[in-house]
Each structure stands twice: as C-alpha cells, then as structure tokens.
Design a protein around this ligand. Structure first.
Ligand code: VGL
Ligand code: ZN
Length: 204
C-alpha cells in the first residue's frame, strides 16, 4: 500500500503568491502525472488564522526572514500567507484534486507553526495523518510539494521517524531557499534520516 502525500501545493506558494516559492508552479505537472501510480493520494494544506504568530505582521518592527522566539520555539517570520478561506490558501488551481482522499490542514494554532503534515513544530497538535495512514494499511509514502526546505522536509522526516518507508519525489519539489543551498541541505538531511530520493520515471 503506497500513499502519495502532496504537501502544501497552494496558490500562495506559487509565483505571484504571498509566499512565492521560486518555480513552485513546476511541481504541479509531475504531481498530477504521478497520482495514478498510487493506491491513495492525500494533501496537506497550510491553514492559518489571520493573526498567526508566524506572520512578521504580528511582530512590530520585524520583517519576513527574521527569526524570533515564539512561545519557546525559534520561529522564522513569514509574510501573511495561506489565511483560512482565502484564495491564497486554496489548493493550486492546476492541481488535479479528484483523487485526493483526504486533506489534512495544519497551522491553525496561532501560537505555533506547523511545517510537518503530521505534528506542529512543538510536537503537540497531531493532524491525524499518521493514524489515517495506519488505518489505510500504508507501508510506504512518497512526499512531494512545497516548500522542499520547510514543509516537505519536516513531513518526510516525521514519516520516516514514524516507521513508514519514505521517499522524496525530488522532481515535484521546489525550495524557498531563504539561504542559497537550503534545498540541497534539506535533501541531505532527509537522506541522513533514511529518506530515499526518487524521480518521476522510477515511480511511473
Ligand atoms: C511553509 C513556510 C511557512 C511551507 C508554510 O509550506 O513550506 N513554509 N508556512
Ligand atoms: Zn505557513
């Protein structure tokens, strides 16, 4: 049983969006093409309240990219993005959604960010994704989407830690790269944790 996890393929992470990932739109075509190779497809959706603590606008004098302490955790500040019920938070227009069995939302608690599709950054709120995967009898997951160096990375690391065979579909990921090389380093970190890098052609 093999499950594809589409991470945060949302309008705000595409070029022109509030937190645009460079060439983020390029993940859509491979993400669509690969779906039929899986038993199940799920998506995660960054889904913030308007006054989320990860938004630079909530920290007077601070700018996106700066790091603050938020309720005891280091927090990178972001532009306002993926606000609940906005068009920016919607799954990308070009993404095929007919096969998506479940959408797991995250980032709703204003006090803590949630990069992983499984747990928030403090390891407390559980999205229910792990339990759902186990219910489905999933042994393997393939992770792709946006952004490689944040939500994709933490989702894949949690999946591997939870005991799923975890592969990263590199062709269908793009990185924010606040610092050049963040994408490359994210891949190395995932590989060190046992995540295997695969290409679309190997999965078709
Ligand atoms: C993400 C930063 C803030 C992501 C979400 O989806 O990678 N990055 N919120
Ligand atoms: Zn976010």
């Amino acid at each position: 049983m093999r499950v594809l996890i589409l991470v945060d393929i949302q309008n705000d992470f595409l070029p022109g969006g509030a937190l645009a990932v460079p060439r983020g739109d390029e993940v859509i075509e491979p993400a669509n093409r690969i779906q039929s190779s899986f038993d199940r497809v799920v998506a995660t959706q960054d889904w913030h309240p308007r006054a989320h603590g990860s938004f630079a606008s909530q920290h007077p004098g601070r700018k996106p990219g700066e790091v603050v302490e938020l309720y005891g955790l280091q927090q990178v500040l972001w532009p306002e993005h993926c606000v609940q019920e906005t068009q920016g938070a919607a799954l990308a227009g070009g993404l095929t959604t007919t096969a998506i069995a479940r959408v797991f939302r995250k980032g709703m608690d204003p006090r803590v960010d949630s990069y992983s599709g499984f747990f928030d950054n403090g390891g407390k709120n559980d999205s229910g994704l792990a339990a759902w995967l186990r219910e489905q009898g999933a042994r393997e997951v393939v992770v792709c989407g946006l952004a490689l160096d944040y939500c994709v990375k933490f989702t894949a690391l949690d999946a591997a830690r939870l005991g799923f065979r975890t592969r990263l579909l590199g062709d269908a990921c793009r990185a924010v790269e606040l610092s050049p090389g963040d994408g490359r380093r994210a891949i190395e970190e995932m590989q060190s944790a046992g995540v295997e890098l695969v290409g679309v052609s190997e999965l078709l």
